[in-house]
Design a binder for this molecule. Structure first.
Ligand SMILES: Nc1ncnc2c1ncn2[C@@H]1O[C@H](COP(=O)(O)OP(=O)(O)OP(=O)(O)O)[C@@H](O)[C@H]1O
Length: 261
C-alpha cells in the first residue's frame, strides 16, 4: 500500500518490556507501522500483544528501546489528542449516557463539540435509539460499540484497538467490518488492531503482524492487498487466512522447548 502523506508514522526501536519479577512480555522489537494503514497484531494468548499496544499508547514505559510517533514520544502525541484507544474492557463513565460518553472524548481532547459527528458515530456502531441510555442498561457488546464510537469521536490520527469486537454480535461485527475500513482510509488513520481472530485480521487489515509466544517477537509480516469490502469466501481471502494460520503455528513450534534442531 502506498504511504499516505501526513499520516502518523509509528516507529518502535529495540522496544522491549519486562515486568517486575523478570517476566519478559515483549522481546526487543524493531518495527515501523505503515502510516495511514491498518495493521492487525495476532499471536497466542499472553504473548504480549496488549503490552505492545500499551507501550505504543504511552500507558506503559518501555524497559528498553523506544516508541516514536512522528518523532515524538506517545505521551506528547496523547497530549496533542492524536491517539485514541478502545481496549477490551470498555471503561465508559456510568453516570453519563451513551451520547455524553462519546461527546466527552472530544471535550477531554479540547475539541469543539460536534453533535452531528457524535450521532453519526453512534449510528455507525448500531446504537441509534440508545443515545440516552446509561452504560449499566447496555449489554456487553453494546458497551463495546459505544467505546468504539468514543474512540472515533476525536477523529484521531492514531487508533489503537485491543480486541474491540470481542463481545460484539456477528451482525454488527460484519457491519463494522464493512464501514470502518473506508472511514479509516478516508481519514488516513494509522490503526493498530489486536485480535485473536485471523478472519477479522484478514477482513480489516492492510497487513498482519504475526507474533510469537511470549516474549512477543515478529514471526511474519503479511500484506493483505485485497480491496474493501472483502469477500471472505474468495480464494485470495482464504489463502491469506491459511498463510496467517500457518505463520502462527510456526511461531508456536519455533518457541516450543523441544523445537526441531
Ligand atoms: N502489569 C503487569 N504486571 C505483570 N505482568 C504483566 C502485566 N501486564 C501483563 N503482564 C504479563 O505479560 C504477559 C503478556 O500480557 P499481554 O496482556 O500483553 O498478552 P496478550 O498477548 O495481550 O494476551 P491476550 O491475548 O490473552 O489478551 C502475560 O504473561 C501477562 O501476565
Amino acid at each position: 500500500m502506498a504511504e499516505i502523506q501526513g499520516c502518523a508514522r509509528i516507529e518502535c526501536t529495540g522496544l522491549g518490556k519486562s515486568f517486575p519479577g523478570g517476566l519478559r512480555a515483549v522481546a526487543p522489537l524493531d518495527v515501523t507501522f505503515q502510516p495511514g494503514a491498518t495493521t492487525a497484531l495476532v499471536g497466542p494468548s499472553g504473548c504480549g500483544k496488549s503490552t505492545l499496544l500499551r507501550l505504543i499508547a504511552g500507558l506503559e514505559d518501555p524497559s528498553e528501546g523506544k516508541v516514536l510517533i512522528d518523532d515524538l514520544p506517545p505521551s506528547r502525541q496523547t497530549a496533542l489528542g492524536a491517539i485514541s484507544v478502545a481496549f477490551q474492557d470498555p471503561s465508559l463513565l456510568p453516570w453519563l449516557t451513551v451520547r455524553a460518553n462519546v461527546a466527552l472524548a472530544r471535550k477531554l481532547a479540547r475539541q469543539s463539540p460536534d453533535p452531528t459527528l457524535v450521532d453519526e458515530l453512534i449510528g455507525l456502531v448500531g446504537l441509534s435509539g440508545s443515545e440516552k441510555t446509561r452504560p449499566a442498561a447496555l449489554s456487553g457488546g453494546m458497551r463495546q460499540r459505544a467505546a468504539i464510537a468514543r474512540a472515533l469521536a476525536t477523529q484521531p490520527r492514531i487508533l489503537l484497538l485491543d480486541e474491540p469486537f470481542g463481545a460484539v454480535d456477528e451482525l454488527t461485527r460484519r457491519q463494522l467490518a464493512r464501514d470502518l475500513p473506508p472511514l479509516w482510509q478516508s481519514r488516513g488513520t494509522t490503526t493498530l488492531l489486536v485480535t485473536h481472530s485471523i478472519h477479522e485480521a484478514v477482513t480489516l487489515a492492510d497487513s498482519i503482524l504475526v507474533l510469537s509466544p511470549r516474549p512477543a517477537r515478529i514471526v511474519a509480516d503479511i500484506a493483505v492487498p485485497l480491496p474493501h469490502p472483502r469477500d471472505a469466501h474468495g480464494a485470495d481471502f482464504r489463502a491469506l487466512v491459511t498463510r496467517t494460520s500457518k505463520a502462527l503455528a510456526q511461531g508456536d513450534a519455533d518457541n516450543a522447548p523441544m523445537a526441531a534442531q
